[in-house]
Design a protein around this ligand. Sequence first.
Ligand code: HEM
Length: 366
Amino acid sequence: MRKNSLIAYLRTKRVLFILCGILLIAGTLVLAFAWSAGLIGGRITTQTFLKDTPKTYPAGYRRAHGKGICFEGTFRASGKGVPFSIARVFAQQKVPVAGRFSLGSPDPYAPDNSTRTVSMALLLTADDGEQWRMKLNNEPFFATRDAEGFLKQMEAYKPTPATGTPDPARVAAFLKEYPEAQKYVKWDATAPWTRSFAGAQYNVINSFILIDKNGKKQAIRWSMRPHAPFTSWSVNQRKQASHDFLFEDLKKRLKKGPLYWDLVLTLAEPSDPVNDPSQVWPENRRQIVAGTLEVSHVFDQTNGGCRDVNFDPTRVPKGITLSDDPVLAARAGIYSHSHSDRVREIGYGKATDAVGKPKNDNPKNK
Ligand code: HEM
């Protein structure tokens, strides 16, 4: 081989070698992105939690807790939270609150007797500009120790087409993998259903950490405890209840005057699990009433207000931080996706009912 053609040959080899290297790196990056987006390898991402929901109802609605009503109110701090946290909300006399009551069902047209889950979402804005957002349910605990368990629970309890009921073998396999969910199943089967938003206690379920002025940390959970007494309905009363019974009841009560809930902080002992929302803490834990929420009036969610808010529970003010509860961490991403999807649908004019236009007038939105 002559010298020139040898050099040309080696150059071609080098170019090929470099090209292969570039392709290998690019391929690896594409695969890594696809894996992290959950497109290959069956990895669970925040999108996995939302994949089934958008087609079941019109655009612009929350992917869960679709039926809701906005409210405004005021939080009055008692001052008893101040020794535990520098968050301004614990000291400020009057904190404005924007909120939302909802049903757990994703369907914005669900009848009020179709689910036992009722919820309260809050956004407190203190005078130092710090916000505290939260979502609370009337359930006292989460079914599973992690968010993947929630997906598996949904899957296991899906009715089979043949019988219209869940497959007992799938349920048994789920309960074997997540034995802690037995507690939730029992609660779900036996606890009375609330007959009013006003008398329900709303629980944060995940754990958070308070930080005081010396940097000392205290793990907590909290509840909004109603001043109105809890009322439940019999199975018959529930069956016969009107479609919007709970929302109508709320409006009627508010015509007579405001409704109140105490913000009750429960302080963890060092032995209490803060990273597992399926585990309740012993009943004798110290509790502090850090203030009282007054709800003064409600208004339709189609008119804005709470409609476009993401009550992301990981948006906490200075003086409160997140625990390492994996369900809390997973929720942030799920809520962000649900929020950006629905707000995008509204922004691009795809939503009709969600923004108060005639119901289902655009078949593309179904
Ligand atoms: C892995 C578990 C969970 C999943 C997949 C999930 C999913 C969702 C989704 C997609 C939304 C709609 C969010 C939006 O568009 O703004 C939502 C709302 C909500 N979630 Fe969850 N959630 C989970 C756990 C929880 C827990 C533990 C609680 C109770 C503490 C909770 C309470 C709520 C409430 C109250 C709302 C309605 C908030 C509002 O009115 O804007 N969720 N959830």
